[in-house]
Ligand binder design. Structure first.
Ligand code: CA
Ligand code: CA
Ligand code: CA
Ligand code: CA
Length: 430
C-alpha cells in the first residue's frame, strides 16, 4: 500500500480548484479533522481574569456594541467599535458597583438612547447574603451619567432583562435572584416615577436566566427560566398579557447535580417559532458523585417548540463542562452549527474523567439530516464560560466571541477571544 498524503488546510468550504484536484486524483480514505485557533480581543493584562458574561447590546436602534462584565474588578467594559483584534475598550465602574454580572440594554425613558440594565450579583460564590442589586445606568461614551437603583439588598442577582411584561407600554424587568438556598424568579413592574414592585413567581433558588420571549406567539412576552441549585429545571411562565403568569416546568433533571448552566432561545430549524437550547455542565456543582462521570450528564439539550404549548426534549450532545451555546457557521459553509464551550477550571486536574479527552469547545454540524458532534483535535486552554456572536467591525462577517473565567488564576490568557476553526483533510491512497 502506498501512501499519498495530501494535507489541505482551508478555512470553511472547499474552493472549486481544490474540489477538482481531489476529484481528478485517485485518492481514497480522506479524513477531515478540525483545528481551532483564537485571536485576543481584549488581552489579560497579566491580571486575574474573571469575565462573567459577554454580550452584544444596542446603544440605540442602529448602534450595536460588545459588552462584558468583570465582577471581581467591579466593572463592565464596552468594546470600541469597529474592532477585530486587540480592541480598545471603555471600562465603566462606579463606587456603588459590587460585582457586575450581566448587562441588558433598552430605552426606558423613550429618548432614543438605550439605558443599561445592570445585574449586580454582589458576591460571586453561592451565598444567601443580601448584596444583590439591579440598576439602570445612563452612560455617555466613557462614563456613567446616572444610576437609578431599582432594587438592592436582595439575594445574588444573576439576571435582569427589560421587557414590557404587562402590556402597558412601559418597560418592566425580569429578575433572577439566584441566592444559594434561598432565591426567586420574578419580575419588577414599572409603576412610573422610579417606583417598582417586585413580583416573585417562583421561590426556588438558583435562577440563572429569565428570558422574556413570546414563546406561544400570542403577542405577549412569556418568561423562560433556568434554575440550577436545589432543583434543576427549565421553567416557563406563561403570560396572560397583563402580567399574570402561569408556571409550567418544561424539563426537570430530577437530580441536584445536573449542573444547569445556560439557556439560549433560538428558532431551531427556522420554522418561525422559538425553541429552547440549554446547557448543563457546572463542574463546580459541589455534590456531583465521585463515582459518576460528568460526560454521562453534561451536554447540550433542546426543548423543541411543537406548538400548542408542547415541547419535545432531546439531548443533542454530550459535553463535559458545557456552559454556553451559540448558533454560528464555524465551518463557513453557509449553514449554521451549534457551538458549545466548556468551563473546565482545572485543566488536566483529576476532577475530569480519564475517558473524556474532548476539548472545551465543540459543535454540532447538521450532516445528512442529523446532528453530528465535531470536536477539534486541539484545545483552547482557557476556562470559557460565556459565548456570543457579533459582527465586530461591520464587514458583514460575524465573529464567535468567548470570555475567560479563570477562577483558579491558572492562565494569563486574554479576557476575550474570537474563535475560528480550520479543517484539515488528510487523504490516503490505498
Ligand atoms: Ca433612554
Ligand atoms: Ca410594563
Ligand atoms: Ca406569549
Ligand atoms: Ca456551517
Amino acid at each position: 500500500m502506498s501512501f499519498l498524503v495530501v494535507s489541505i488546510i482551508f478555512c470553511g468550504c472547499l474552493s472549486e480548484s481544490v474540489k477538482e484536484e481531489i476529484s481528478s486524483e485517485p485518492l481514497l480514505d480522506c479524513e477531515t479533522t478540525a483545528l481551532v485557533s483564537y485571536e485576543p480581543l481584549v488581552d489579560g493584562e497579566n491580571s486575574h481574569t474573571i469575565v462573567a458574561n459577554v454580550r452584544s447590546i444596542k446603544l440605540n436602534e442602529s448602534s450595536e456594541v460588545l459588552v462584558f462584565t468583570e465582577p471581581i474588578d467591579g466593572t463592565f467594559s464596552i468594546l470600541e467599535y469597529p474592532c477585530i483584534t486587540n480592541c480598545s475598550r471603555s471600562v465603566f465602574g462606579n463606587e456603588s458597583f459590587i460585582a457586575p454580572l450581566r448587562l441588558d440594554a433598552a430605552d426606558f425613558d423613550g429618548d432614543g438612547k438605550n439605558e443599561l440594565v445592570l445585574s449586580d450579583i454582589g458576591i460571586l460564590p453561592p451565598s444567601d447574603e443580601k448584596y444583590g442589586k439591579v440598576s439602570i445606568l445612563t452612560i455617555n461614551n466613557s462614563s456613567i451619567v446616572d444610576e437609578q437603583i431599582i432594587i438592592q439588598n436582595i439575594g445574588r442577582v444573576a439576571c435582569a432583562e427589560a421587557a414590557d411584561l404587562d402590556s402597558d407600554q412601559d418597560l418592566d424587568l425580569t429578575i433572577c435572584e439566584f441566592g444559594n438556598t434561598n432565591g426567586s424568579v420574578g419580575w419588577l413592574e414599572n409603576l412610573g416615577g422610579e417606583n417598582w414592585t417586585w413580583h416573585k413567581l417562583e421561590n426556588k433558588s438558583g435562577a440563572i436566566e429569565a428570558t422574556p420571549v413570546d414563546i406561544d406567539g400570542d403577542g405577549d412576552l412569556d418568561i423562560v427560566s433556568i434554575i440550577s441549585q436545589l432543583s434543576e429545571e427549565i421553567v416557563i411562565f406563561w403570560n396572560d398579557g397583563s402580567g399574570n403568569f402561569v408556571q409550567e416546568t418544561l424539563f426537570n433533571a430530577n437530580t441536584t447535580y445536573y449542573g444547569m448552566s445556560g439557556i439560549n432561545v433560538v428558532d431551531y430549524g427556522n420554522d418561525g417559532d422559538k425553541d429552547i437550547l440549554f446547557t448543563n455542565g457546572d463542574v463546580l456543582d459541589g455534590d456531583f458523585p465521585s463515582n459518576e462521570n460528568f460526560w454521562d450528564y453534561h451536554g447540550l439539550s433542546l426543548l423543541e417548540n411543537m406548538g400548542g404549548g408542547e415541547f419535545q426534549y432531546q439531548k443533542l450532545m454530550s459535553f463535559t463542562g458545557a456552559y454556553d451555546s451559540a448558533i454560528y457557521d464555524i465551518d463557513s459553509d453557509g449553514d449554521d452549527e451549534i457551538v458549545v464551550i466548556g468551563f473546565r477550571p482545572t485543566f488536566g486536574g483529576a476532577i475530569f474523567d480519564d475517558n473524556d479527552p474532548s476539548p472545551n469547545i465543540g459543535w454540532l454540524d447538521f450532516i445528512d439530516q442529523s446532528w453530528v458532534t465535531i470536536f477539534p483535535t486541539n484545545d483552547i486552554d482557557i476556562p470559557l464560560i460565556t459565548l456570543e456572536v457579533m459582527d465586530l467591525n461591520g464587514d458583514g462577517e460575524r465573529s464567535l466571541i468567548a470570555g475567560n473565567h479563570d477562577v483558579t488564576n491558572s492562565t494569563d490568557a486574554p479576557k476575550l477571544i474570537s474563535i475560528s476553526a480550520n479543517y484539515n483533510i488528510t487523504c490516503v491512497e490505498n
